[in-house]
Design a protein around this ligand. Structure first.
Ligand code: 5GP
Length: 114
């Protein structure tokens, strides 16, 4: 199997609208935004989905959530609210097999999700 789209973005082979980057985490704007703010926060480590998170990844995932919260503050959606979503597998409509957190905000949302 070839590289996923997100691995190609991490490796700089596909451009992205970058919001944040450090040694372990990359965040960029979704190409097909579902709200005024729609950012994908991903680990650079190739973890396909939540079921593949290992004990050794716990600190990384904690940092990823912390980074997402900080980005929400920077985007000005911390007070109004936002969704932080991991789509996992077929029923959730996961398209890209590289763990990613959708940070979605800037408009009111309904529940339950579709
Ligand atoms: P999933 O359905 O796997 O949870 O979400 C994948 C997300 O990646 C979708 O929201 C889709 O719009 C986004 N996406 C797919 N290809 C690209 C791309 O090449 N660049 C960016 N920035 N986002 C992408």
């Amino acid at each position: 199997m070839g590289k996923s789209i997100f691995k190609q973005i991490i490796d700089g082979e596909i451009p992205c609208n970058k919001v944040y980057e450090d040694d372990e985490i990359l965040a960029f704007r979704d190409i097909n935004p579902q709200a005024p703010t729609h950012i994908l926060v991903i680990p650079k480590k190739e973890i396909p989905s939540m079921k593949d998170i290992g004990d050794e990844d716990i600190e990384l995932i904690g940092r990823l959530l912390r980074v997402a919260g900080k980005i929400a503050e920077q985007e000005g959606i911390s007070e109004t609210g936002y969704r932080a979503v991991f789509n996992c597998g077929r029923d959730a409509g996961m398209e890209i097999p590289h763990l990613h957190l959708h940070l979605i905000g800037g408009r009111a949302m309904t529940w339950p999700p579709g």
